[in-house]
Design a protein around this ligand. Structure first.
Ligand SMILES: Nc1nc2c(ncn2[C@@H]2O[C@H](COP(=O)(O)OP(=O)(O)OP(=O)(O)O)[C@@H](O)[C@H]2O)c(=O)[nH]1
Ligand SMILES: [Mg+2]
Length: 191
């Protein structure tokens, strides 16, 4: 699979006709600041398609990017940024749950992005449970692998998958800095 075109279509916060246009959706979910938007940019080979920021809480809506005119990459807001109000946090949590569980369509694949240095947190475990309950097809990206020393990688990955109760075949490490495993992730998304 070669990504030859990518464009931002729209951001939604609830029911919208884009959910029903029949194109398969690939969703990127994870805690705030783990690098979901950067991962999308790396996959499509564009620096600023999905807006990313060093300030957590950049993505506020469910953003749809049209890929090769046939798919959507769906960039979800991140959960768990400490500085947002409890009310705002709850709103974001509900938006994520709505998209994954109650929206008119279901994503064909979900990429659960985890910060490889911080490891799997409660949100990640809860998310894995939700994805399982909803019977959604998903795999884990251990992101920001450039922040780990080479000899830490294996242990960290084992630790993350242990916490999630999953086996090592469902995790791929990645870094937007080095683009390590970019092709592998694209393959996993589209197979
Ligand atoms: N070292 C390193 N930094 C990264 C990597 N990916 C993203 N970042 C940085 O992490 C910060 C957050 O990246 P985003 O892509 O905005 O994260 P996000 O998950 O979309 O964040 P929200 O929209 O707030 O949920 C930015 O400063 C990025 O430059 C990576 O692979 N390695
Ligand atoms: Mg984002």
């Amino acid at each position: 699979m070669f990504i030859k075109s990518a464009e931002f279509v729209k951001g939604i916060t609830g029911t919208n006709e884009i959910l029903l246009d029949g194109r398969p959706q690939i969703a990127f979910v994870g805690r705030s600041n783990v690098g979901k938007s950067s991962l999308i940019n790396s996959l499509v080979g564009r620096k600023d398609l999905a807006r990313s920021s060093s300030k957590p809480g950049k993505t506020q809506e469910v953003n749809f990017f049209l890929i090769n005119n046939g798919y959507y990459f769906v960039d979800l807001p991140g959960y768990g940024f400490a500085k947002v109000s409890p009310k705002r946090k709850e709103k974001i949590r509900k938006m994520i749950v709505w998209y994954l569980s109650y929206a008119e369509s279901r994503p064909k694949k979900v990429v659960l992005v985890v910060d490889s240095k911080a490891g799997a947190k409660k949100f990640d475990v809860d998310m894995k449970d939700l994805l399982r309950e909803e019977n959604l097809d998903f795999f884990v990206v251990a992101n920001k692998i450039d922040k780990l020393r080479k000899n830490e990688e294996k242990t960290k990955i084992k630790e993350i998958m242990g916490k999630l109760g999953m086996d090592d075949s469902s995790i791929v490490s990645f870094s937007s800095k080095t683009l390590k495993n970019r092709e592998k992730i694209i393959k996993k998304i589209f197979d």
